[in-house]
Design a protein around this ligand. Structure first.
Ligand SMILES: *Cc1c(COP(=O)(O)O)cnc(C)c1O
Length: 597
């Protein structure tokens, strides 16, 4: 693509990324940021003053500042109120997927916001739309897609990006099922819902040509273009059994947005099939295979297979390479084309660490999973998480225009000229801000989305998480960490051979202590039945007794860029150990029989 805004220069940061590209633990970059902000406002004022030759004079000239007393006063009140907001910029905040904003994100966001483009169409965003296209190309390149053919757009977050994927997968499945239903009803061919729903575009097009089909012919057999209840009934009749509709297969570590997705797209919760997790908290491929074969047996199409890179709870990375290998094999052996989606809302940015010349800081199997991302039909990634961009900024990408299409029977892979220039018809959301896209764009153009830029920051957070675990375990042996693939650490507080119910209570009490103290903000999560293997391995590591359904853990999201600095990181680790020791002492004083720190 031709760069209209980007200068195409490859930027190589020289000094510490965190120092250079973030405000600083103590706002060290404040003078520079203030100057840039003022210059930005001046640039905007000048543009407004000189954009048109003729001035429109107000009858009563506006006097600067007059009548603004109340605004000043209420603005001050608003800012004061906001000082009570959770201070997530500090390295002491390790509770959730939120941290300080980067400098390019702050500046890019403000710059676009002042002009307020609406990326719903080219008309409403002459420049905003181009910035969005370039930012998507930057993300595509980072993820391993070919940026010249990948498509995508910014969303309000990962939830909507996941919905965008389901929307497209459903259209594709509907096209292929409509073809089979039409051929069954009109030409007496066999109706086999599972095989039909995964026929692939080559077969679809071959049948289209062979039978001389037209768009109206297929529309009357389409659940999306006509009546879904009628079509469902006709599929049952044609197939000769009660057709129960498609299923969506996603791992037990999936985000809650997948539960919302099946609800929203009318599938019902029964249709969300959960893949069991292994002892590492990753998708168990054997169980995935079992579920696909079960769907085949029940003749229910697989709407999509979802893998997660960077789970919300543990930052676990599913074996995406192995998942896609299995799907490849079925595609070759049986012609089953099953939609592949990667939910990289949290961990999609770990791709920035991949370096062709060196192994990355993550384990080899995690690296192999990240390298398989470009084999996905669609990917969700949240710049407002590990991109250090302000809310609300998610992104949805597809491998090519065909996967991006949301309708049209005759040429589903082509843009439809009647819809005009603009994305409004192919995005679930209508009006869309360009601010997140501009923030992402400026980050990519300065910090960079490669191993020397954002990748170095994220690698630093993973190393800091490891160093923290090592320091804490050697100081307090009863702290038991769960396996982690990236920068989230989860731990329990358990004595050797102790029942899980006892350690759950202690972990919970320690969490309560942290909540009352201002030293660190941490979170708590409960791992349920999908994590049985993970729980068993955890208990086995210290001879714990399994007497509870649930495993309660304290969770630390070590994503603050300041943890990349070795001094900050070791200082934080020492303070964390102090705080944890205090918490354990307090808890032990209340319940004397439990383990000493
Ligand atoms: C956060 C998250 C989501 C949802 O993203 P939002 O931006 O909060 O809507 C989806 N999937 C995963 C894996 C996530 O971590």
């Amino acid at each position: 693509m031709t760069n209209l805004v980007s200068d195409g220069a490859a930027f190589r940061p020289s000094t510490s990324c965190a120092q250079q590209h973030f405000p600083g633990v103590r706002s060290e970059n404040a003078p520079w940021l203030r100057a840039e902000m003022l210059a930005m406002l001046d640039h905007w004022f000048d543009w407004r003053k000189h954009r048109f030759d003729e001035t429109v004079d107000a009858t009563t000239p506006i006097q600067a500042g007059v009548g603004h007393e109340r605004l000043s006063e209420r603005l001050a009140a608003l800012q004061e109120a906001l000082t009570e907001e959770t201070p997530t910029f500090t390295p002491r905040y390790v509770a959730h997927m939120k941290s300080d904003l980067s400098l390019p994100a702050i500046l890019g966001w403000f710059a676009a916001m002042l002009h307020n483009p609406n990326n719903t169409s080219r008309e409403a965003s002459r420049v905003g739309s181009l910035i969005e296209a370039e930012a998507i190309a930057h993300l595509a390149r980072m993820l391993g897609y070919d940026p010249s053919v990948a498509q995508g757009h910014f969303t309000s977050g990962g939830t909507v990006a996941n919905f965008e994927a389901v929307w497209r997968a459903r259209y594709r499945l509907d096209h292929w099922l409509a073809m089979a239903l039409f051929l069954s009803e009109e030409r007496g061919e066999l109706m086999e819902p599972f095989a039909a729903a995964h026929m692939g575009w080559d077969r679809f097009r071959a049948l289209w040509r062979e039978h001389g089909l037209t768009e109206p012919m297929l529309k009357q057999a389409s659940a999306m273009a006509s009546n879904p209840i009628d079509v469902q009934r006709r599929i049952s009749k044609a197939a000769g059994f009660d057709y129960l509709g498609p299923v969506l297969i996603a791992p037990g570590n999936r985000h809650y947005s997948w539960n919302k997705a099946v609800n929203l797209f009318g599938l019902g919760h029964e249709a969300l099939w959960s893949v069991r997790l292994d002892a590492h908290g990753r998708m168990d491929l054997g169980d995935f295979e079992r579920l696909v074969l079960r769907a085949r047996e029940q003749n229910r199409p697989v709407l999509m297979a979802v893998g997660v890179t960077g789970t919300t709870e543990l930052s676990a990375v599913d074996p995406i390479d192995g998942l896609f290998d299995r799907l490849d094999r079925w595609q070759e052996d049986h012609g089953w084309h099953i939609w592949r989606h990667v939910d990289g809302a949290y961990g999609g940015f770990f791709s920035a660490m991949l370096d062709d010349d060196q192994p990355s800081v993550v384990a080899a199997d995690v690296e192999a999973a990240l390298r398989a991302l470009p084999r996905a039909d669609s990917i969700t990634i949240d710049p407002h998480k590990l991109g250090y961009i302000p809310y609300a900024c998610g992104a949805f990408l597809t491998s090519d225009a065909q996967a991006y299409a949301v309708s049209a029977f005759d040429a589903p892979y082509l843009h439809r000229p009647e819809l005009g220039a603009g994305k409004w018809a192919s995005t679930l959301e209508g009006s869309r801000s360009a601010a997140g896209a501009a923030a992402t764009w400026l980050t990519a153009e300065t910090l960079g989305l490669g191993p020397d830029g954002l990748g170095a920051v994220l690698a630093g957070t993973i190393q800091a998480r490891r160093a923290l675990e090592a320091a804490v375990t050697s100081a307090i042996p009863e702290v038991r960490f769960l396996p982690a693939d990236a920068n989230i650490a989860c731990f329990t507080l358990a004595g050797r051979g102790e029942p899980l119910s006892v350690s759950n209570d202690r972990t919970d009490a320690v969490f309560a202590f942290f909540q009352r103290s201002p030293a660190f903000a941490v979170s708590r999560t409960v791992l349920g039945k999908d994590c049985a293997a993970l729980k068993a391995a955890h208990l086995a590591s210290y001879g714990g007794v399994d007497d509870s359904q649930e495993l309660l853990v304290i969770r630390l999201v070590v994503m603050s860029p300041y943890w990349c600095d070795a001094e900050v990181s070791s200082n934080m680790a020492a303070q964390f150990i102090d705080e944890l020791t205090k918490a354990l002492n307090a808890v032990n004083a209340a319940t004397p029989e439990v383990c000493p720190p």
